[in-house]
Design a protein around this ligand. Structure first.
Ligand code: PMP
Length: 410
């Protein structure tokens, strides 16, 4: 193993805390948001202590230093995903990145009646609702890949779904509920053959496995800093340079203009064209520190470590009668979000018993309501692992599930 989790945990003081009732925190909700290491907090603090100013403005030294820190962060993020710096747009989060693409495509008049937008039934609402809205605004039709019983994309309609009428294919790389890793490359190649743009939701993949945009084969990739050890309020939209250059802005205002007359305006090239207003500067600097932290661990090691935790969770949960995994039960093409139901106990009750034992999981539809509907369940309990979790924490999850069964007499 490439890193020592006991040493790594010292970087995350929050993991030392105990909860009301005295139980130590077992944080298994990194799919929702991750904890932040001291290195990230220090980077933000250092920025405010020594370099804070509004970027891209002002002729003074501090503004220059702040701009340099911000642009350096862009380069760090670009390197992390194998992109060029001018292809990296800082956003607030994944949600904003996807909205940016949807609105810019709409503003560009790239869709109309007779066109189609294709999504999948496993999308987070962030990669579904913006496309529903775009379809509504433009008269395009929304269609989608359904799911197999195992929690994978049903690819039987691929030929029909990916033809020249489809202008956009928007899909998640890794499901936040099922854990499924989708065959993005294969689908992107199919989509491109008929001129379809491919937008990938990387919120759950970029933090957890090596992602290189060239290998991914997509046109746009959105992800969030707060799910990869970084600060809240900063995310990334990567777009292919030629595509970004051809898109009109989403938000408009300061920092993204070239020349403004009273009756018209010309816009800067990307990425500035898509970053209206004073950007989230300390957050970008913090995100760069998070990327540096992950690069030190090595993304292949991160993926391998999480796979070992996931293997343990799947194996131990399989031994508990009445527990059903919602999503792939094996390790092939899956990540470390493990959703399950427990026969005879509502997921919220499972979550409550776990919470009383200090085990923080998420219960509900996880902002992907069509998934629970597809499987005919009200909700799931989801444990999601990250680099700071230990095998003992996986065991605490499984013991908590058994405790819930004892408590409810099932
Ligand atoms: N997509 C997926 C797959 C997610 O898991 C999430 C966050 N749960 C999002 C999009 C939205 O991320 P954010 O709220 O940071 O925009």
């Amino acid at each position: 193993m490439g890193f020592d989790v006991d040493v790594l945990r010292r970087d995350f003081p929050i993991l030392e805390r105990t909860l009301d009732g005295g139980a130590p925190l077992v944080y298994l909700d990194s799919g929702a948001t991750t904890q932040k290491p001291l290195q990230v907090l220090d980077a933000e603090r250092d920025f405010y202590l020594h370099r804070n100013a509004a970027v891209h403005r002002g002729a003074h030294q501090l503004a220059g230093e702040a701009t340099e820190a911000y642009e350096q962060a862009r380069q760090t993020v670009a390197r992390f995903i194998g992109a060029a710096a001018d292809e990296v747009v800082f956003t607030r989060n994944t949600t904003e990145g996807i909205n940016l693409v949807a609105y810019a495509l709409g503003n560009a008049g790239r869709l109309g009646p007779g066109d189609r937008i294709v999504v999948t039934e496993m999308e987070h609402h962030a990669n579904l609702v913006p496309w529903q809205q775009l379809a509504e605004r433009t008269g395009a039709r929304l269609d989608w890949f359904g799911l197999t019983d195992e929690g994978r994309l049903d690819l039987s309609r691929t030929d029909e779904l990916l033809d020249e009428r489809t202008k956009v294919l928007a899909l998640t790389h890794q499901s936040n509920v099922l854990g499924t890793v989708n065959p993005v490359r294969e689908l992107a190649d199919r989509a491109h053959a008929s001129g379809t743009l491919v937008v990938v939701d990387g919120a759950q993949s970029v933090p957890h496995r090596p992602v290189d945009v060239t290998e991914l084969g997509a046109d746009f990739l959105a992800f969030s800093g707060h799910k990869m050890l970084g600060p809240n309020g900063v995310g990334v939209l990567w777009g292919r340079a030629d595509l970004l250059a051809g898109l009109p802005p989403f938000l408009t205002g300061g920092s993204m203009i070239e020349i403004v007359e009273m009756d018209r305006t010309t816009f800067l090239p990307p990425p500035q064209r898509f970053e209206a207003g004073v950007p989230m500067t300390s957050q970008a600097v913090g995100l760069a520190a998070a990327v540096a932290y992950l690069e030190r661990l090595g993304m292949a090691e991160v993926a391998a470590y999480e796979e070992a935790l996931t293997a343990r969770a799947l194996a131990l949960l399989a031994e508990v009668p009445g527990v059903r995994i919602v999503g792939p039960a094996g390790l092939a093409d899956r990540g470390s979000a493990v959703s399950f139901t427990v026969d005879g106990i509502h997921p919220h009750d499972v979550g409550q018993v776990l919470d009383e034992r200090g085990v923080a999981v998420r219960v509900g539809h996880h902002c992907a309501r069509p998934i629970v509907k597809r499987y005919g369940i009200p909700a799931t309990t989801r444990a999601s692992f990250y680099v700071y979790n230990t095998p003992a924490e996986v065991d605490a999850l499984v013991e908590g599930v058994r405790a819930a069964q004892r408590y409810f007499g099932v």
